[in-house]
Ligand binder design. Structure first.
Ligand SMILES: *[C@@H]1O[C@H](CO)[C@@H](O)[C@H](O)[C@H]1NC(C)=O
Ligand SMILES: *[C@@H]1O[C@H](CO)[C@@H](O)[C@H](O)[C@H]1NC(C)=O
Ligand SMILES: *[C@@H]1O[C@H](CO)[C@@H](O)[C@H](O)[C@H]1NC(C)=O
Ligand SMILES: *[C@@H]1O[C@H](CO)[C@@H](O)[C@H](O)[C@H]1NC(C)=O
Ligand SMILES: *[C@@H]1O[C@H](CO)[C@@H](O)[C@H](O)[C@H]1NC(C)=O
Ligand SMILES: *[C@@H]1O[C@H](CO)[C@@H](O)[C@H](O)[C@H]1NC(C)=O
Ligand SMILES: *[C@@H]1O[C@H](CO)[C@@H](O)[C@H](O)[C@H]1NC(C)=O
Length: 891
């Protein structure tokens, strides 16, 4: 099966019009043990082929050079390598002749699906081919823009005190000199003074490559060149993401004292995004291998999906091999936290990835404005709309009495045209008011609150004109002044304030765990409200928020650690553990409760301690799995005293908040978006609670969890930290081992949302329930049935059987390869998984690779079977099925 194109498509459920992407599955069906299907965002006709053998194997390198069978190349074929004589032409796009990954990415003509299938099958049948995986797209990470006046950089808002990076710089005199950090991102404006205004040997940005070119979108052919410069220009819509990321790692600006985490490290910049669009997994693999070959000590990656499987795709294989070879691979977990649990995404879910969650900066730049007739400066907030310009202010309500002003166009005073409108909050949404006032010609909007706090309108980035918000009292002061005469305002007086969310996990930071309950995220760093460099075309400096900003912070931290080790090269796994051992578990905002490891991993990175402390605990994170069996309740920790003095230790259990992914009574097993906190305290039994370690000695301790007694039907995640208390704090600090587990049996969770789903729809959006007959005239594509499911829970596999309605016999599969599917979200374009049926199927009677054949005219049923999460494929009870109403096929 192939999902080859996306079309935007409205379907109507319960009277609400919802937008949904429909994937079309045309005639290509590949059912082969070596074929690895991917769940979404597949690029049509492009695949990654993985070969047996290693890079030195002549046979392996030959496969990309010679046809599979001796086929003469067509006289006028394009000058590309050919892998196959059957089916269609193949272009080899990228060759990975590498000790860590031996394979190629290929492009196959998609015009005739049957030829395409034949071609893929002929490759799969080769002995020297290990697997074929469709290329997927990673979307460009979305970041939240903060307001920033580009005139001045304010290094005092840097978060280095929160993470001990300032102590590493000052006390250890370690700024990462000579360590090489590779970045896979959108390129860099290395002409920025914070990067030393150059590229190549002798410069901070000492290495790099543009793998794709400006116009690369993820689906078209990359045009590489040797220069990773981001010169997209403001008009392109580029966000300068890669430049921001690079500044966090290693920027240093002498004029302002702006400093990244490792300001003396070198950067190797691999540009994998064009000015807009996505990146294919083949390019990510190529960037990883280039970074490894360049001798990078650390690789920083801020991109990914929301699919939380650690699936065996080639991208994960390469990440695991690179980290096993000693290079840390630090990856952002994603910005889907507001959509609940199970949102930490690939490739951060790879076992060898150090997956980073985001914590809010303690400091933020604040702004105040002065108004005619108002004695005190007025503090204001904004969230990413354009910068407000000084000017005349008028009330949008000429009578000063309305409590719903600007909710309708008619209510707006004509005086706002060409001026800044002062408007009260209330009566309708900020968005409605912003649209009405923009239409009325206002040049900016000042919202005053209905209470005396300042609330930033979260929808402000959607506004066409600048938006700020102020407190109620300030609004009334301005009204009083307006009643006396003309008021003008002057904006942009900067200050620094402490954020009341500072030091807590950001709402957007994706929540774990991995689908099979592997421990993710692993660690956290400051990614919320981060000042860093931007390309000159975006004003050189800016504040952005996202896990994209947290991952490079950890990459820079690892660079400092690597520098501290001199010629000693610790394995990446040891470095990850050392950072987790000394991370700081942060609290839930406005409370004294430690936040869950599902949100923060081990906690906020503490670089000085990671470098200087000598007690080491392995493993440094624990998943106690669910309560389906008792097999995972006991783990063994090894505590090692790597210092020069004897230390006495004591182990204690410190509980963190539990996480409730569902409100079963109200909304069943539809995940809460976001997940909510709950009380769930596990007990931990230790085989030995206190002990003493001489220098160089280790102690093994078995820890056994006693899960909390919450209702298993609620599937609550409990969590906490095992604290290894040191009795000699001046010799060794405490270490913490984060743990989590789940009360409940995961394989009892439903996969399909059955509230209106699964359902068949036609291209006109009509729904067909199990009692309705669908008629499909093969000659008319507009009558094709579309399978529409909503996945509440990730599933490893969905089987789609075609059944003869009369005999009830299974004829074969009408879709194949639905594997490692993440859960659907309640957000636009992520709500459903939909596939067109083309009237073909793969007969059950034919084993292995077969062509799909057209189903004869007749009446059929569809049966979708989904494997329960953590279920056993061989156990019939671990599958959930749904059967459609009759589908009449006319040929
Ligand atoms: C593949 O790598 C091997 C070993 O590094 C080398 O001998 C061979 O020439 C390479 N082949 C290609 C096509 O680059
Ligand atoms: C930068 O730091 C140095 C040393 O602490 C200090 O002398 C200088 O004034 C700082 N420059 C700015 C622009 O803050
Ligand atoms: C605002 O004023 C300008 C020029 O005075 C005029 O062209 C425009 O139509 C006005 N806009 C509205 C919405 O009244
Ligand atoms: C949890 O248990 C399931 C079997 O029930 C297993 O497949 C999975 O790998 C386990 N995960 C972890 C992290 O132990
Ligand atoms: C946290 O604990 C401290 C001291 O125990 C207490 O003063 C404070 O009010 C608590 N804060 C919250 C938000 O509960
Ligand atoms: C650590 O503290 C203990 C007593 O608190 C003291 O006897 C010992 O000398 C200290 N060791 C070091 C290395 O400072
Ligand atoms: C389908 O028909 C059966 C029998 O008439 C009825 O019990 C059931 O509620 C119907 N289902 C739907 C979804 O309409």
């Amino acid at each position: 099966m192939k999902k080859s194109s996306f079309s935007y498509f409205p379907i109507v459920v319960a009277g609400v019009c919802l937008a949904v992407f429909v994937m079309t599955a045309d005639a290509i069906k590949i059912d082969h043990p070596k074929y690895r299907e991917a769940d979404s965002d597949i690029v049509p006709g492009r695949y990654i082929v993985s070969f047996t053998g290693d890079s030195s194997s002549a046979a392996t390198s030959a496969i990309t050079k010679a046809p599979a069978k001796a086929a003469p190349a067509p006289a006028n074929s394009s000058p590309t390598n050919s892998l196959s004589d059957s089916g269609t032409d193949i272009e080899v796009e990228e060759e990975f002749n590498h000790s860590l990954f031996n394979g190629a990415s290929i492009k196959v003509d998609t015009e005739n699906p049957e030829d395409e299938a034949k071609t893929i099958k002929s490759i799969l049948d080769r002995d020297d081919v290990l697997s074929i995986t469709p290329i997927r797209l990673h979307k460009r990470p979305e970041v939240i823009q903060g307001e920033y006046d580009p005139k001045v950089a304010k290094p005092s808002v840097l978060p280095h005190a929160m993470t001990q990076v300032d102590r590493v710089h000052e006390e250890l005199k370690n700024k990462g000199k000579g360590v090489l950090v590779a970045v896979l991102d959108s390129g860099i404006d290395y002409t920025h003074p914070a990067f030393g205004s150059g590229f190549g040997p002798g410069f901070k940005v000492s290495k790099g490559y543009d793998l794709v070119g400006d116009k690369y979108s993820g689906s078209n052919t990359p045009i590489p060149d040797s220069d990773p410069l981001d010169a997209c220009g403001a008009a392109s819509g580029a966000t300068g993401h890669g430049t921001h990321v690079a500044g966090i790692i290693a920027g240093f600006d002498p004029a302002t004292n702006f400093t990244g985490v490792a300001p003396e490290a070198n950067l190797a910049i691999y540009r994998v995004f064009g000015c807009k669009g996505s990146v294919g997994t083949d390019i990510v693999i190529k960037g990883l291998l280039m970074a490894y070959d360049a001798g990078a000590d650390v690789i920083s990656i801020s991109l990914g999906t929301k699919n939380n499987w650690n699936a065996g795709n080639p991208e994960h294989d390469v990440i695991n091999k690179i980290s096993a070879a000693g290079v840390s691979v630090v990856i952002s977990t994603g910005n889907f936290g507001q959509y609940g649990y199970y949102t930490v995404g690939q490739p951060a879910t790879a076992a060898g990835a150090f997956a980073v969650a985001s914590i809010e900066n303690q400091f933020q730049t604040t702004y105040s404005a002065s108004f005619t007739g108002v004695t005190e400066d007025v503090e204001y907030l904004t969230t990413g709309s354009p910068l407000m310009k000084n000017g005349k202010v008028v009330a949008s309500d000429a009578t000063f009495t309305s409590t719903t002003d600007a909710c309708t166009a008619a209510s707006i005073s004509s005086a706002v045209n060409g001026t800044i409108a002062l408007t009260q909050r209330g009566g309708c949404t900020f968005e409605v008011k912003m649209a009405n006032l923009a239409t009325a010609g206002a040049t900016g909007i000042i919202f005053y609150n209905n209470v005396d706090t300042v609330v930033a309108p979260v929808s402000a980035p959607k506004s066409l004109i600048p938006v700020i918000s102020i407190a109620k009292a300030a609004g009334l002061d301005i009204i009083a002044s307006l009643k006396k005469g003309e008021v003008t305002a002057e904006f942009g007086k900067e200050g620094i304030s402490e954020s009341d969310l500072g030091g807590s996990v950001d709402y957007f930071s994706s929540v774990g765990s991995e689908a099979a309950l592997n421990f993710k995220p692993n660690i956290a760093a400051v990614g919320g409200t981060v000042l860093s460099t931007l390309p000159s075309y975006l004003g050189n400096w800016g504040v952005l928020s996202g896990t994209s900003m947290a991952a490079p912070y950890v990459a820079g931290s690892v660079a400092l650690y690597v520098k501290s080790q001199g010629t000693t090269k610790q394995p990446a796994s040891f470095i990850y553990e050392q950072f987790q051992n000394y991370a700081y578990p942060v609290k839930v905002a406005h409370s004294n409760i430690t936040d869950s490891p599902m949100r923060q991993g081990a906690g906020l990175v503490q670089v000085y301690d990671a470098i200087t402390q000598t007690t080491h605990v392995s493993p440094a994170q624990i998943s106690f799995n669910d309560t389906a069996t008792t097999n995972y309740r006991t783990k063994t920790l090894t505590i090692t005293n790597r210092g020069a003095q004897t230390i006495a230790y004591e182990l204690v259990n410190e509980v963190a908040t539990g996480i409730a992914p569902y409100d079963v009574a109200t909304s069943g097993y539809t995940p809460l978006e976001p997940a909510v906190d709950t009380t769930a305290e596990a007990g931990i039994k230790f085989s030995i609670k206190t002990f003493k370690l001489y220098p160089g000695n280790s102690q093994k301790v078995t820890v056994t969890v006693i899960p909390p007694k919450t209702n298993p039907a609620d599937h609550i995640f409990y969590g906490g930290n095992i604290r290894v208390i040191s009795k000699q704090q001046n010799l060794s600090l405490d270490t913490k081992i984060p743990y989590f587990g789940k009360v409940g049996i995961t394989k009892t969770l439903p996969i399909f949302d059955t509230d209106g789903f699964p359902v068949i729809i036609d291209p006109q959006s009509n729904l067909y329930g199990p009692n309705d007959t669908f008629t499909y005239d093969r000659a008319n594509k507009a009558t094709r049935p579309i399978s529409t499911v909503r996945l509440l829970t990730p599933t490893k596999r969905i089987k789609a059987d075609l059944i003869d309605a009369t005999t009830q016999k299974v004829l074969g599969e009408f879709f194949t390869g639905y594997q490692y599917m993440g859960r659907d979200l309640l957000v636009e374009n992520n709500q459903y998984t939909t596939v067109f049926w083309d009237g073909n199927y793969v007969p059950a009677s034919l084993a292995g690779v077969t062509d799909a054949i057209p189903a004869p005219a007749g009446t059929y049923l569809w049966r979708l079977s989904a494997l329960k999460l953590l279920g056993d494929e061989a156990n019939k009870n671990d599958w959930e099925t749904w059967t459609s109403g009759p589908i009449v096929l006319k040929n």
